[in-house]
Design a protein around this ligand. Structure first.
Ligand SMILES: [Zn+2]
Ligand SMILES: [Zn+2]
Length: 318
């Protein structure tokens, strides 16, 4: 089978021909029909994630069919947990000390086939095509875990309007919340895209929104957004960071945090998040915007993501 693999950080992926992967106990062999390209894949390729062993096949937004049964499943970032550590036993397997992650510490979906632990595969709502469903597996899922942290907040800011934001904005709108979208300066196309996804207001990340925010979610990997988001959030509000990696946070006056503002990160996902999010995606018709690329063009998809040339999500189609 063909796989686009990372052999060394900051190098182009290589198209390798590999033996068919063989499922071990509890695992299934999945024929990949679509695999989303996530910003985490860029951090991986750029050598910004610790513990990265190469060569590795990236990709953790996998939709495919189980060989033999033909059942359609999704394979997310969380690929395996120990079930025994304090976090696993406390219902926070996303923090498992020994967790394994698809397309990082496990082989991922930039390939024709992949094996996965069946217990970590997710159902895919029927209303989505394979291509549309792929971004649900991380952009949607991690976006949803961030979104849940804002609790009852009505006015929500979203910083960085990519694949995750375009899904979260639609969920927020469906739940009668007001979304304020923040993009790079003068990214008028991105701001228009945000409005088309239900944002009430869209502007530059340096702008003060027309009303104070109850909460903000930061999806862009830019530490400088934290003081900006704190400044836009009212007393008692939260700022949630959804990315796995972020540039350093500049120092800022304590006054921005004072007033019981909360700053927190969201890490990974649990299977319960996956099930809850897929049930929501089955109920709320999400319009998922994608751009398809042949598997061999994985590098081009990554570069388009890096350059901000995408609206919505890039999806590789083997
Ligand atoms: Zn564990
Ligand atoms: Zn991801």
């Amino acid at each position: 089978m063909k796989a686009m693999r990372l052999h060394a950080a900051r190098q182009a992926l290589r198209c390798d021909t590999l033996p068919m992967p063989e499922p071990g106990p509890g695992q299934v062999l999945v024929k990949v029909s679509a695999c989303g390209v996530c910003r985490t894949d860029l951090h991986l390729v750029d050598g910004e994630l610790p513990q990265c062993r190469t060569p590795v096949t990236p990709g953790h937004e996998i939709v495919g069919t189980i060989a033999g049964s033909g059942e359609r499943v999704g394979i997310p970032w969380l690929g395996w947990t120990c079930g025994a550590c304090e976090h696993c036993r406390g219902g926070r397997e996303n923090l498992c000390e020994r967790a394994r992650f698809t397309g990082y510490t496990l082989e991922g979906g930039y390939a024709e086939y992949v094996v996965a632990d069946q217990r970590f595969c997710l159902p895919i709502p029927e209303r989505y095509t394979d291509t549309e469903a792929a971004p649900l597996l991380c952009a949607g899922l991690i976006g949803y875990r961030c979104y849940r942290q804002i609790e009852q907040s009505r006015a929500i800011g979203i910083y960085g309007f990519g694949a995750a934001a375009h899904i979260v904005a639609q969920i927020a709108k469906a739940e009668d919340r007001t979304v304020f979208a923040f993009t790079k300066e003068n990214d008028l196309t991105g701001q228009q895209f945000a409005r088309s996804c239900g944002a009430h207001w869209a502007g530059d990340s340096t702008e003060i929104p027309p009303e104070p925010l109850d909460a903000a979610i930061i999806f862009a990997p830019v530490g400088g957004l934290i003081p900006l988001a704190l400044r836009a959030v009212r007393k008692g509000g939260s700022v949630i960071c959804g990315g796995i990696h972020m540039s350093d946070i500049p120092s800022f006056p304590y006054a921005l945090l004072w007033g019981e503002r909360v700053l927190r990160s969201v890490a990974n996902l649990t299977r319960a998040d996956g099930e809850a999010f897929m049930a929501l995606a089955a109920r709320v018709p999400l319009r998922i915007q994608t751009r398809g690329y042949p598997l061999a063009d994985a590098d081009r998809a990554l570069e388009d993501l890096r350059a901000g040339r995408l609206e919505g999500a890039a999806v590789l189609l083997p």
